[in-house]
Design a protein around this ligand. Structure first.
Ligand code: FRU
Length: 517
């Protein structure tokens, strides 16, 4: 299996202008992120708090919700309801494994096309759903789309972007995820008044970006790296000239060829990944995804309306509050686009950890205080909780959200980058599934204590970053081992053998690249 091939700038003297081709192709591909975000926003934050939807598919929850005496914390504790949200992530884990193989064998473009077909079918099944089976089948299709999309889109964008713009473009994937969540929240707000089929419009809305992605994916280019990886050198050169907008791309093409050649020498990247010298990147890359999810962000993303209703808000106020947090999410992710290369990764992650910790603890205390005694939070305190939730979401959105994807994409050496990135993506999906499946039950049993549970995780992750995570800002990817890992007080011991930590002879000599005629 070959590795991801992302051209490095080396001296940064490749043609670096952002051409129309790159911008258009990136925007089209990023619709994969928008689809992912829309699916996140539509399920937990919307249709599951709509009565018409509950009556049709989850009548038990509907009855419980409207029982005056029912304990607020347990109103929505229903395994089927949670399965509706979390089934998507199970499908995504399985799909992303197959997607990683498909992506290497057939290219990024067909992988994105398959993702969009899954998205369209899933949206149709969900809109037309007559029973729970059909609903879950639709979610599974959407999950398969997420698996294929999330594996291919970040790769696709990274591989066509000029090195200088890769960081910013990479975060645009997360930015579109947040836009998708917000759009879904706004649509939910409108459709919740359309009885009895508003929820069908919400679920059907997913078909619009899916169709745009499907049509758009027919016109995007294949990445030069993927073409080279599959032996189509001439096509790779022509595509590179096309996306850079100049004829002279020799230097970048040469480096790309060297990188491909090196990556192609690795026959078992998954086995390689377990080697001692790859352990630091594997540990940090995957644990960041665990941490990203255990901030508790998806409690807000999936269940904010449920949470706000738990505090005594009406349905409308709950959905509106979700729109507000969704907007904060988008705007704060924009902050990350511009600040990540100025303040660095560690500073953003640590600052946000403190911010999120304070917000979680105060919300926990307020819920414990007011919901315990009255089963209904006074309005002015509920508003404070919404503001605290916004502070929490802002912290997440300019740190753990985008950096959870960016850091794993920049710390692995080329030859294990594909395998390493797959581990990170599937870990993200797995932890998202865990939270989606368990949250409502946890809320019922742990009550306001759930906020302290996530607060404890935030202490752990903040400490991990402070002690264990090297700074990667501004370091060229191919110098990451020398500058970031070998100088780190702890991780340096993994690179003691003096050959860049690579134990194989295969990496000792650089391949010679034959010129193309
Ligand atoms: O913006 C919040 C969203 O971002 C993600 O963490 C993906 O990076 C999702 O799991 C979450 O719902």
């Amino acid at each position: 299996m070959t590795g991801i091939v992302v051209a490095e700038s080396g001296g940064g003297d490749f043609p670096a202008s952002l051409t129309k081709q790159v911008v258009v192709c990136s925007i089209i591909a990023a619709f994969g992120g928008l689809m992912f975000g829309y699916d996140i926003g539509i399920s937990g934050r919307g249709v599951t708090s709509m009565d018409d939807f509950l009556i049709k598919f989850f009548p038990d929850v509907y009855v419980k919700k409207h029982k005056a005496k029912e304990d607020n914390y347990c109103k929505y504790d229903n395994q089927h309801l949670q399965l509706f949200t979390s089934s998507l992530y199970l499908a995504a884990i399985v799909a992303s494994f197959f997607a990683s193989i498909f992506c290497r064998k057939f290219g990024r473009k067909p992988t994105i096309q398959i993702a969009s077909v899954f998205f369209v079918v899933g949206a149709i099944l969900n809109t037309a759903a007559q029973n729970l089976g059909m609903l879950i089948a639709g979610r599974l299709c959407l999950g398969a789309g997420v698996g294929f999309g999330n594996q291919a889109v970040p790769l696709f964008i990274s591989e066509i972007a000029p090195a200088k713009y890769r960081g910013g473009l990479n975060i645009c994937f997360q930015l579109l995820i947040t836009v998708g969540i917000l759009l879904a929240n706004m649509i939910n707000y409108g459709t919740s008044r359309l009885h009895p089929y508003g929820w069908r419009i919400s679920l059907g809305g997913a078909a619009v970006p899916a169709i745009i992605l499907l049509i758009g994916s027919l016109v995007i280019v294949e990445t030069p790296a993927s073409l080279l990886e599959r032996g189509k050198d001439k096509e790779g050169l022509i595509t590179l000239q096309k996306i850079r907008g100049v004829d002279n791309v020799d230097k970048e093409f040469q480096e790309l060829s060297v990188a491909t050649e090196l990556a192609n020498r690795v026959k078992h990247p998954y086995r390689d990944l377990t080697k001692r010298s790859n352990r630091p990147q594997l540990v940090c890359g995957t644990i960041l995804q665990v941490f990203q999810q255990f901030t508790g962000i998806n409690v807000i993303m999936f269940y904010a309306p449920v949470l706000f209703q738990t505090m005594g808000f009406g349905s409308d106020a709950s959905l509106l509050s979700s729109v507000v947090t969704g907007l904060v999410n988008v705007l704060s992710t924009l902050v990350a686009v511009f600040s990540v290369d100025i303040f660095g990764r560690r500073a953003l992650l640590m600052e946000a950890a403190v911010q999120m910790l304070i917000a979680q603890c105060v919300v926990g205390v307020m819920l414990a205080e007011y919901l315990h005694s009255t089963n209904m939070m006074p309005q002015k305190y509920a508003v404070i909780v919404v503001i605290l939730v916004c502070i929490f979401v802002a912290g997440f959105a300019w740190s753990w959200g985008p950096l959870g994807w960016l850091i794993p994409s920049e710390i692995f050496p080329l030859e294990t980058r594909n395998a390493g990135f797959f581990c990170a993506v599937s870990m993200n999906m797995f932890c998202t599934f865990l939270i989606a499946q368990a949250f409502l039950t946890m809320l019922c049993h742990m009550r306001s204590g759930i906020f302290f549970f996530f607060a404890a995780w935030i202490v752990i992750m903040g400490s991990f970053v402070a002690i264990m995570l090297p700074e990667t800002k501004g370091i060229p990817i191919d110098e990451m081992i020398e500058i970031a890992w070998k100088k780190h007080w702890f991780w340096q011991r993994y690179f003691k053998d003096g050959n860049n930590g690579k134990e194989d002879q295969q990496f000792q000599d650089k391949p010679e690249i034959k010129p193309l005629d």
